[in-house]
Design a protein. Structure first.
Length: 269
């Protein structure tokens, strides 16, 4: 039963805290959650906020069934090398951007029980879109454990090919920033046409949320939704024709392609 398993977070930063919050909210036993981090201040905060076990020492890894690597990517190699001799079939989950399963396996001494994930910032409100991919030999039990954990912070998508994780990074990993940028632009535009900042924020934000929810049933046919707002000769038709003339689709395509290229570069270092 996953909720009774000992889960150890190596790294107690923002993402670890988001996952811990999700786990506790979904009935995971706090006494089975452990966080290892070099910062005593960080650990004190985690301990008082979440009532989980904390330590600055890697000795806590003993007896753990699931280890989540939640540090910045450049720490992963040394952490793997320091824990590899103490592993005994535990599931290793990495949330580090750009670090391949092949490298983690190599640094752990040709270890097989590995899942690589790419959550996103909105994990902090349990609305993450998390992509997961597993080492070839991953057992169904380990697969189930990984998806149970990430289901507590939002939705999940298993990838059949790790190569796709760079595309995931460019869409859902970086995606929240694109949406925040669009929202910011809409708010500023609202002010330019005479709204107060508060009015523009409220209108733009609620419009974004309502439209996002409504679009869920029309993902194959968003043109219909656009047409439903755009009456002939009306205001929306004018605005959409500006977006088309400036080729917003092309701009978004370029932005995603550059994020994708950068994800590949980071991963190949
Ligand atoms: N933030 C996002 O939106 C997002 C999305 C997807 C994936 N990720 C990935 O998630 C990972 C964590 O990101 P984050 O934003 O949570 O980072 P973070 O807030 O910087 O947290 C990382 C924590 O790990 C600690 N740490 C450093 N070396 C360690 C070691 N040897 N052993 C144990 N703990 C150690 C750090 O301590 P110090 O601060 O003292 O170094 C820090 O408290 C990254 O690899 C990132 O690529 C993040």
């Amino acid at each position: 039963m996953i909720k009774q398993k000992k889960i150890i977070f190596v790294g107690g930063g923002n993402m670890a805290k988001a996952i811990i919050y999700g786990l506790i909210n979904n009935g995971y036993t706090q006494s089975n959650l452990f966080v290892i981090d070099p910062s005593a201040d960080q650990l004190n905060t985690i301990s008082s906020d979440y009532s989980v076990n904390v330590s600055t020492s890697m000795c806590q890894l003993n007896g753990g069934e699931i280890i989540i690597l939640a540090t910045k990517p450049h720490h992963i190699k040394s952490i793997c090398e320091s824990i590899k001799d103490n592993l005994n079939q535990q599931l290793i989950i990495s949330i580090a951007a750009g670090i391949s399963i092949k490298n983690i396996s190599k640094w752990l001494g040709n270890y097989k029980h590995i899942v690589r994930t790419m959550p996103n910032l909105v994990a902090q409100i349990q609305r993450s879109m998390t992509a997961l991919c597993g080492a070839e030999e991953l057992s169904q039990d380990h697969k189930n454990d990984a998806q149970s954990i990430f289901n507590t912070i939002g939705k999940i998508l298993w990838l059949n090919d790790e190569f796709k994780i760079d595309a995931v990074t460019s869409i859902s990993g970086s995606g929240p920033a694109y949406v925040f940028y669009f929202l910011d632009s809409l708010i500023e535009a609202g002010e330019k046409v005479g709204l107060s900042r508060d009015e523009a924020e409220y209108l733009a934000h609620e419009t974004l949320i309502g439209s996002a929810i409504m679009s869920e049933s029309y993902l194959n046919d968003l043109g219909t939704l656009i047409n439903n707002v755009s009456s002939k000769g009306g205001t929306t038709e004018q605005a959409i024709s500006v977006l088309k003339n400036k080729d917003l689709k092309e701009i978004i395509g370029l932005a995603v392609a550059s994020a994708f290229k950068r994800a590949i570069e980071i991963g190949s270092k």
